[in-house]
Ligand binder design. Structure first.
Ligand code: CMC
Length: 436
């Protein structure tokens, strides 16, 4: 970390001596005030629920400029990666810091495809779930269960274990998501096909059956690959921070990633794509475009808990660059499938237009995020709505594992242990039952 020339001085109005705190500079983005010694120096903690002003770690993986609407993986703009690279190249970049050359790409692809099958016993584990279980409930269980199947890569302090568990997780997530899907619809599982691309193989495991040939559509394959790239990492979001915190105790990588899956499930995070599509369905059911005004009214009403799902972001105070790319992919996929007049897409575009002109959204800098259009693309591909967040988890796995490995390799890493401002009862005596 680079020390800035200036320091921060914290002074108190009660005459307590002021303290000087070091300031560090990142390569880009806001400086940070180092408060690690604050408690030792003053007996005080800082208070920042929701981490509104707190950098929880140093990281060299992903950078977001929320005001500009810019997203960089290892310095590369997301637009360039989404247009010039595939998902496995992006995984290599996130994990190892550089885009692979031809030889490295082929080696990495071979390594990942070597691990796409899961232990056959996992089928029986899966059978314990109800057929109507939510795919994210199944995924939380399946990913956690990997630690029971792959004992030889669970030591977080061993770099070889970390690498092999990273490859296993990236390779097996599509297999697990497809298995979760096939299980709910009662179709036989399709084994991975290593002659297909990462996205192509996923489409095959999802939609092929043993009774007839399935041809992977290159447009859908590219669209899915783009969805994976756009969701691969997003710096210290809730699920990534969960993975880091969980992993900081030294638990195994599969358990830490399962914690990330659980966190991602929530509608304020990864569950937003499902919620956004359901919102569009609801407006459509109520009357479609004509009902947008009424819906927006509800969103703006402080007494209703209705939100415009797929809008707003903690970091982006401008158009989410992923949403632009996703809208482009949406156009491509709908054209390929002859669904240009898709009423939900029309509705989404109209809703976006109205919201972007509305003072409520303008003044709060609420713009569409990646989830606004990703649901429409996934639905067009044939992915059922409850599976959307599982696809997000599949794609984010590489980000989680890259961030986890970065943390373990950081000499400054410690078990995460936030403090609190206690507002409960002070010490008191237990009264005998009869006297309470
Ligand atoms: N619809 C209506 N109002 C909103 C929305 C929305 N989608 N998002 C924020 N606001 C309002 C909010 O009510 C608040 O208004 P006021 O200042 O009058 O109280 C103001 O905007 C600031 O919002 P906030 O809740 O303080 O912002 P936050 O940073 O805590 O929340 C968010 C960010 C993403 C949780 C929130 O915008 C949201 O719930 N959006 C809908 C869910 C969604 O699309 N999530 C996906 C995020 S992108 C994918 C991912 O990273 O997982």
């Amino acid at each position: 970390m680079k020390l800035a020339e200036n320091k921060a001085t914290l002074s108190f109005s009660n005459g307590s001596p002021s303290v000087e705190l070091p300031v560090y500079q990142g390569n880009v983005g806001p400086d940070v005030v180092d408060i690690r010694k604050l408690y030792a120096q003053t007996g005080m903690f800082t208070y920042d629920p929701g981490f509104l002003s707190t950098a929880s770690c140093q990281s060299a993986i992903t950078y977001i400029d929320g005001d500009k609407g810019e997203l960089l993986y290892r310095g590369y703009p997301i637009e360039q990666l989404a247009t010039n690279c595939d998902f496995l190249e992006t995984c290599h970049l996130l994990l190892y810091g550089e885009l692979p050359n031809t030889e490295e790409k082929s080696k990495f692809t071979k390594l990942v495809t070597n691990h796409t099958m899961v232990n056959e016993q996992m089928q029986f584990f899966l059978r314990g779930f109800r057929r109507d279980a939510h795919p994210m409930a199944i995924m939380t269980g399946l990913v956690g269960a990997l630690s029971a199947f792959y004992h030889d890569s669970t030591d977080i302090n061993n770099p070889e274990h970390r690498n092999i568990s990273a490859i296993r997780l990236i390779a097996k997530m599509p297999t697990l998501v497809a298995m979760a899907y096939k299980y709910t619809i009662g179709q036989p599982y399709m084994y991975p096909r290593n002659d297909l691309s990462y996205a192509g193989n996923f489409l095959h495991m999802m939609f092929a059956t043993p009774c007839e040939e399935y041809k992977v559509s290159p447009v859908l394959e590219r669209a899915l690959d783009r969805i994976f790239i756009l969701h691969a990492d997003h710096e210290q979001n809730a699920s990534t921070s969960t993975v880091r915190l969980c992993g900081s105790s030294g638990t195994n990588p599969f358990a830490a990633i399962a914690a990330g899956v659980a966190c991602l499930w929530g509608p304020a995070h990864g569950g937003a794509n499902e919620a956004a599509l359901n919102m569009l369905y609801d407006i459509q059911k109520e009357g479609g475009v004509e009902k947008i005004g009424e819906f927006i009214k509800k969103v703006k009403d402080k007494n209703s808990s209705v939100k415009l799902m797929g809008f707003g972001h903690r970091v982006y105070k401008n158009y989410d660059p992923r949403a632009k790319l996703m809208q482009e992919t949406c156009n491509e996929v709908l054209t390929e499938l002859g669904l240009e007049k898709d009423p939900l897409f029309k509705l989404a575009k109209e809703l976006e237009k109205i919201a972007l002109e509305d003072e409520y959204f303008v003044s709060r800098k609420l713009y569409p995020n990646v989830d606004f259009y990703s649901g429409i693309v996934q639905r067009a591909i044939g992915i059922p709505v409850p599976l959307f967040t599982a696809i997000f988890a599949l794609a984010r796995t590489v980000g989680w594992i890259a961030q986890l490995n970065e943390m373990i390799g950081d000499p400054e890493y410690k078990i995460g242990r936030p403090r609190q401002l206690f507002t409960g009862s002070t010490k008191r005596d237990v009264q005998p039952l009869a006297k309470r």
